[in-house]
Design a protein around this ligand. Sequence first.
Ligand code: AMP
Length: 273
Amino acid sequence: MKIVETIAELRRRLAEEPRSVGFVPTMGAFHEGHLSLMRTSKRENARTVASLFVNPTQFGPNEDYRKYPRDLTRDAGLADSAGVDFLFAPNVGEIYPRDTSKIVVPEVTARWEGAHRPGHFDGVATVVAKLLNIVQPARAYFGWKDLQQCVVIGRMVEDLNLPVQLAFQDTYRESDGLAMSSRNVYLTPQERAIAPTIYAELTRCGNALKAGSNASAELRTSIETLTAAGFYVDYFALVDLETLEPVADLSRPSALIVAARLGTTRLIDNLRL
Ligand code: AMP
């Protein structure tokens, strides 16, 4: 595996051998969720590019941009073992040499993460568009862990007719159900012990809805359970999987989505129904 730091070098190396490219954008601090995206890309494409870029424009001013875990040596070893051919690890100046043009995706960004993290999806859409233009992959791989992000990127690719096929992969979890996340390292041992309650409530609520229970009552119960366990719940909602608008039943493809804070750590998770 080759670590590449500049756009010019990546383009040069990819042009040397123009075969189909699979692309896995990441912010590093790799766990099994990231590595399985890379392995899937490796299986389905002649070459795999992963990017490692902690994108400043998707963090709010009071968020964890500065303390986000960074360890290029460890990540490079893991990406290599997952079969990545090129790890694109640019510095901030390479991606943002000056104030940048922006991609703003409407509608599906209005609620949930978009409401709680103003500007977040402008940063995500813009950096993903730039990375897709830099790498020009046949396929790009994302995790359902960030469900709204999948919907936002799907919408951007459709709206802008970007010539890439998107693939979304199920969420990798720890054995107690906690969704793997680079941010789990922020949890204290006490918080880590409570954190699996999120997935426990997603599955409890999902099963109740499938059995025909009233959605607003079940959502209220989940919020109360998480609050009693020590979370501050930003949202716990049942949404239409395409529009992300709240829904009251399972008549269309839908998902339970949750964001909840434990101390200073904010966790998100979801369950598609
Ligand atoms: P990140 O480095 O957190 O920006 O994530 C990079 C990619 O990995 C995104 O497409 C995420 O949705 C995906 N991802 C993150 N956590 C998981 C997980 N637990 N299971 C599957 N994919 C994940």
